[in-house]
Structures are given as C-alpha cells and as structure tokens.
Design a protein around this ligand. Sequence first.
Ligand code: AP5
Ligand code: MG
Length: 257
Amino acid sequence: MHRLVFRLPETDGQPVPIVIAVLGPPGAGKGTQSSMLANLLRVPHISSGSLLRSYARDESEVGLRLRGMMAVGNLIPDTLVLDVLATRISEPDCARGLILDGFSRTLGQAELLERGLLKSPLYAHNLREKLVALHLRVQNSTIVERLSGRRICSRCSATYHLRTQPPRVRGECDFDGSALTIREDDRRATVLKRLRLYEQQTVPILSHYVEKASLLEVDGEQAKEVLSQEIVTAIQSMLRSSTSGAKNVWSTLEDNL
Ligand code: AP5
Ligand code: MG
C-alpha cells in the first residue's frame, strides 16, 4: 500500500496553519481566486495542476506519461498526485497555511490528505476548524466560453482571457512580454471530458467536505473582483468564529484589508 507522509513544518508553539482547498470544475476560476487569496493571506498558492505540468515537462518516463494523460484531460492517479503534493507541502513556507488549488479531486485524495495531515500534531484535533473547502459553482456553458478564451504566458504562466482579461499588447504577457499560448487541454473535446470527470469523481467529495470540514459555496459566475470580495468576507466570518488555530491567518487578513 502507498504510504503517505506529510512532513508539515514545525511551528514551535506558533498558531496552527489553515488549509483552504479551492474546488470547482475546470475553468471555474480556481487559479484566479487562489492567487488572490494567497496574496492576501501571504501563504503559498499550490496548484496540483501547475505542479503536475512542471513534472510533465521532464523528459523522463514519468514526465512522458504525465504529459500524455494531461493532454487528453484524464485525472492523474491519486498516489502520484499525493507524492507530488506531499513534497511541496513539506516546504517551510507552508508553515502559516496554504491555498490548495484543484486538490482534492477524488474521495481517495481527500481521505489521504486528511490521514496525512492528521498524522501531524498540528492537525491532530478539530480538522473542521483548519480545513476550509471553497467550492466555486459555475455552469458548463460559462466554462466552455472561459476556457476557449483563456491564454497562458509561456514563461510565467500568468493567465489571461481574450474578452474579459486581455493582455495590454495582443499575444504578449504584461509581465515579461513572452508569447501567450493555449493550454493543450483547453481544446473543446478535452474540456468536455474534464467536465465529465469532474461530475463523476469530484462532485461526490463535496458532501464529504460538508461532514469533515467547513464547506463554503460561492457563485463563480460573478465578476472576479466581486467574487473575491464575497470569498474574503465569508472566510473572515468563518475565521472570526474559529479557534486560536486560525488566528495567524485571520490577523494577516485583517492587516491586508
Ligand atoms: P488544473 O490545472 O487544475 O485544471 P482544471 O481543474 O481543469 O482547472 P483550470 O486550471 O483549467 O481552470 P481554473 O478553475 O483554474 O480557472 P482559471 O482561474 O484559470 O488541472 C489540469 C490537469 O492536471 C487535470 O485535468 C488533471 O489531468 C491534472 N490534475 C490536476 N490536479 C489533479 C488532481 N488533484 N488529481 C488528479 N489529476 C489532477 O480561469 C479560467 C479562465 O476564466 C481564465 O481565462 C480567467 O481569466 C477566466 N476567469 C476566471 N474567473 C473569471 C470570472 N469570475 N469571470 C470571468 N472570467 C473569469
Ligand atoms: Mg487552474
């Protein structure tokens, strides 16, 4: 059996970190909202998709397999995803909390994450107060429109949309001037397959989070700035009623508003 070990950083009596797991279908705005939350809370934004894409660039056998699976919109096996994630979560910058973008995506992943986290003394009690699942609800027609217009910087991965968030210069990244590209899995047929997998594999874990964690559901159809504000307000009120474990994140949020 696969053995998962999360080596969460020791905090020497410091407040416990909070994990915000951002869930939603492809194109729901997980990356967009995770990036905003991470900047605000000053915690790392960890996207399982971006981590896997960086491993997929490797010319090894694993890299080749990953590239093949991701290009056609398949989910990557849980054990591999968990290995990649556990390595990243072990880094010291995760001590104050983290935003997990696109993870968990299967019931198996949700359970492995919790079992891994629960091994750490930081998470030994009251998981409900330390894990917030944020679900962005978006209709399929919106998703197809968003992903057909998405463009990504080939160097820094900054995300644009041809209609709602165009770059200043056509085809070039605002930050480094590199060429903008289309993500390989954003072809229409692949998007429809990713949506099907989301319905089959990920939607069932929402009820798991209702039981195990605090599930926050928001309307992802709203303009991103309006949505960001709604998320921040909801997380603020959630953390206000939470235990001391949340205080580090809570006070950072207060400082930044
Ligand atoms: P991943 O990279 O996570 O892709 P995804 O879940 O399909 O989601 P996207 O990144 O496509 O969309 P997003 O929700 O981040 O939206 P974004 O903010 O970019 O995963 C890719 C692949 O990796 C998977 O298919 C799988 O193979 C593998 N993988 C990853 N994690 C895995 C896991 N845990 N287990 C197994 N396999 C895994 O926004 C989209 C567009 O809309 C942008 O153009 C943006 O500008 C625009 N936009 C965003 N918000 C708004 C808004 N409110 N209004 C208008 N436009 C908006
Ligand atoms: Mg994304």
